[in-house]
Ligand binder design. Sequence first.
Ligand code: YSA
Length: 340
Amino acid sequence: MPLPNDQGVQAIQTGESVEELKAAAVASLDSADSIELLESWRVGFMGRKGRLTALLRGLGSLDIEERKIAGASANKLRSELELLFEERVNQSKSSEALVGSIDISLPGRRPSLGGLHPSTQMIREITQAFNEMGFQTIEGPEVELEKYNFDMLNIPADHPARDQWDTIWVDDDTHNDILLRTHTSPMQARTMEANDPPIRVVVPGKCYRYESTDATHEWHFNQVEGLAVDEGITFADLKGTLYEFARRIFGPHRKVRFRCDFFPFVEPGVDMSIDWNGKWIEILGAGMVHPKVLENAGYDSTKYTGFAFGMGPERISMLRNEITDIRHFFSNDLRFLTQF
Ligand code: YSA
């Protein structure tokens, strides 16, 4: 005669199979949502007079082979239920502790939302204006080689910008050719070195200078660099592009002014100011890329010309938002940050 499988084994006294008991116990444990209900579950199923105990007792009346099979599955069920019970008790204890520590009668509060940093917002606005004029946004290293930060940009070895007072060198003793970039202009050299013309890029990023801070100077700040190189680029392209940029950022009727300025990596060099409430405010430095800089990157300076520019997005944001101190940008004060 075939032996009955464990689903078929009926506990004599209860008339309940192991599977039926398991289904009932699990369902009832799931719905027990307090320590009190869990305790009455324990008594009802696992206690001295509980259903599992009754099932185990009933095994005694089975013949030996049936008892072996049914006994093994009933004991397995006991271990499973003990484990489940313990888990539910722990869950219930921790949620009760939570309920105890929170006043659930308080009205719901909206969690505060994060947002983009004001510098990031300004950088995105600036780069988007140039993207729409055909410039691609790229990024470069903040820890830079002296070669790209100075040499390839035609900044001579004795130029004051290389002083301890302006440049943060990474390690004076062992790596005196490694520094924290003082401007985003090294990306001009890197981009030209790695690509053939035509080039039109904007490069946002952090810069570092060894200088005291005040309302308009930080020792770390952002810049957005721009570079366009191709055959036949003229100063008119520089003026047209930057004029269009100023109108996009400061409004369609904004007046701009270009004046001569000096940067070793451009010839001629200019600064651009905008008319701000009747005053000329300088917002960027620019110029036609110096022939030496083109040649340092391996370009034929008789064939290619280009223009470049660099500006500080924090200073532009200060102007537009009437911020009186640049240090607010980096102080992590939510009273400032949440106004954007
Ligand atoms: C000029 C000509 C080019 O063809 C290309 C780029 C440039 C810009 C040049 N590399 C440069 O760094 N010029 S700058 O020293 O005058 O800085 C440019 C802008 O960075 C400033 O107008 C200002 O907005 C910002 N800046 C400079 N030092 C700063 C600062 N912002 C905050 N804190 C400082 N310490």
